[in-house]
Design a protein around this ligand. Structure first.
Ligand code: F0G
Length: 448
């Protein structure tokens, strides 16, 4: 097979700063060993998130200049609406400023005390918005999804047997909707099969429940379906995407992922009455329904981004370049969540430094070590983020879209390898200060 190259050339560059080990040590100490508190300027390769960090295309920047900033009925809104309608088939399309704004509106309407919302795995902000409404968020991912070494093709699937049992147990009247996150970010960026979405939809029909997608990475998920699911190889990603949306009754989307923009979100709804109420909440907290908390130029960039993300050359490059990082690490004996996800590689920190117990935060210690060694920023997904509820100790290396080249990634692989060679010197951490909730953003640590 030919090398899969970056299907773009670079027309504008942003310098990144090389730092000395001493400078990095000082930055790390000033930040209390919390990488969220390190200034981005002191980071060489930033793999903290793939959200809002992608590079826009020349056509997206052209859209920025064309943006119609009228308060109501802007031309840019109609372009955005036409584009989202063409891709998803939905009639009711609300722009929001980002994914969690869509979640806040949706669960403000259908959540509330006594309600429970099942999903494969809820992302943190979705869970937080459900819980904020008084409802409960429940994860029902298939068992393979919990085992980092299992190489099943669709480890993001929602377990349909668990779902049906769960609905019978709590009573269908307590469940306002069923959700599926594509791809499953909290579960290692793993995809969900079309077959699974169809089966979940069948159960939703049986109990007369709407099915909602958290569709942040819908295009990456559709390309995994094309690559891995029997009978899907000859369909276009556009067709697969359309079937995913046709099976659903609504979707929350953060356009900061597969919309390839720096800010933006979408709420899709089929039910007219729900849409009317959502629109009222949108006006209350985001803005008039034809701009939803964004500028006209943002709507142009989003419309263009959602079109570009469906290009199969782009998706082949996107999934392959993430897989490249994962394969190299595996070949060096570094355990990751297998198989590689779409937007990120998740390193198993328990396996990397078995001498550091979970209560000394092996993921955080490892993320700090990568920064110290080579200025790479990643994020802990383990005991710092989830406390005692953590099931795995992971370090997520999320890849921004169209930003880094293969030599950047080769450098990342070298640095991880260097840290791996002297892993027995890694020290555990203790928290010296931090809030009770969402402590991963602000807690300070010291080495033990
Ligand atoms: N759903 C999923 C699956 C996500 O990954 C995110 C964001 C959101 C919803 C919320 O979207 O940030 O636009 O409000 N994930 C980012 C990440 C923050 O780093 O994984 P948002």
């Amino acid at each position: 097979m030919k090398t899969i190259i970056e299907p773009f050339r670079i027309k504008m560059v942003e310098p990144i700063k090389m730092t000395t080990p001493q400078e990095r040590e000082q930055a790390l100490q000033r930040a209390g060993m919390n990488l969220f508190l390190v200034p981005a300027e002191d980071v060489l390769i930033d793999l903290l998130t793939d959200s809002g960090t992608g590079a826009m295309s020349s056509e997206q920047w052209a859209g920025i200049m064309r943006g119609d900033e009228s308060y109501a009925g802007a031309k840019s809104f109609y372009r955005f609406e036409r584009c989202l309608h063409k891709i998803t088939g939905f009639e009711h399309i609300l722009p929001t400023h980002q994914g969690r704004a869509s979640e806040r509106i949706l669960f403000g309407l259908v959540g509330g005390k006594g309600k429970v919302v099942p999903s494969n795995n809820h992302f943190d902000t979705t869970r937080a918005n459900i819980e904020h409404s008084g409802a409960q968020a429940v994860d029902l991912v298939v068992d393979e999804g919990l085992d980092p070494r299992n190489r099943a093709p669709f480890k993001g699937n929602l377990d349909v047997a668990k779902l049906e049992r769960f609905i019978e147990q709590v009573g269908p009247e307590q469940i306002p909707l069923v959700m599926i996150t594509v791809t499953n970010n909290s579960g290692g960026g793993q995809p969900v099969s079309l077959q699974n979405i169809r089966e979940v939809k069948d159960i939703c029909r049986k109990y007369d429940k709407p099915l909602f997608l958290d569709a942040c990475r819908f295009a990456e998920n559709a390309y995994f379906i094309k690559l891995r699911e029997k009978g899907q190889q000859n369909r276009s990603v556009t067709e697969i995407v359309r079937e995913m949306f046709d099976l659903s009754d609504g979707a929350t989307i953060s356009a900061k992922k597969d919309g390839i923009v720096n800010i933006g979100g979408v709420l899709l709804l089929r039910n007219e009455e729900l849409c009317r109420r959502a629109r009222n909440l949108l006006i209350l907290t985001e803005g008039f329904p034809t701009y939803g908390g964004l500028a006209g130029r943002d709507l142009e960039a989003m419309a263009q981004g959602f079109e570009e993300v469906l290009h199969e050359d782009y998706l082949a490059y996107r999934l392959r370049s993430t897989e490249y990082l994962g394969e190299k690490l595996l070949s060096m004996g570094i355990q990751i969540v297998e198989p590689p996800g779409g937007h990120a590689i998740y390193i198993d920190a328990k396996d990397f430094c078995p001498h550091i117990p979970p209560e000394q935060f092996p993921g955080q210690a490892l993320a700090c070590a990568f920064y110290r060694q080579g200025g790479i920023r990643s994020s802990e997904i383990g005991s710092v983020m989830f406390g005692k509820n953590a099931t795995m100790e992971l370090v997520r290396m999320a890849i921004p879209r169209r930003v880094y080249t293969q030599s950047h990634i080769d450098y990342v692989i070298e640095i991880i390898g260097e840290v791996h060679e002297k892993r027995q010197n890694l020290k555990g951490l203790r928290i010296v200060s931090g809030p009770a909730a969402l402590r991963h953003f602000t807690a300070a640590f010291e080495e033990i």
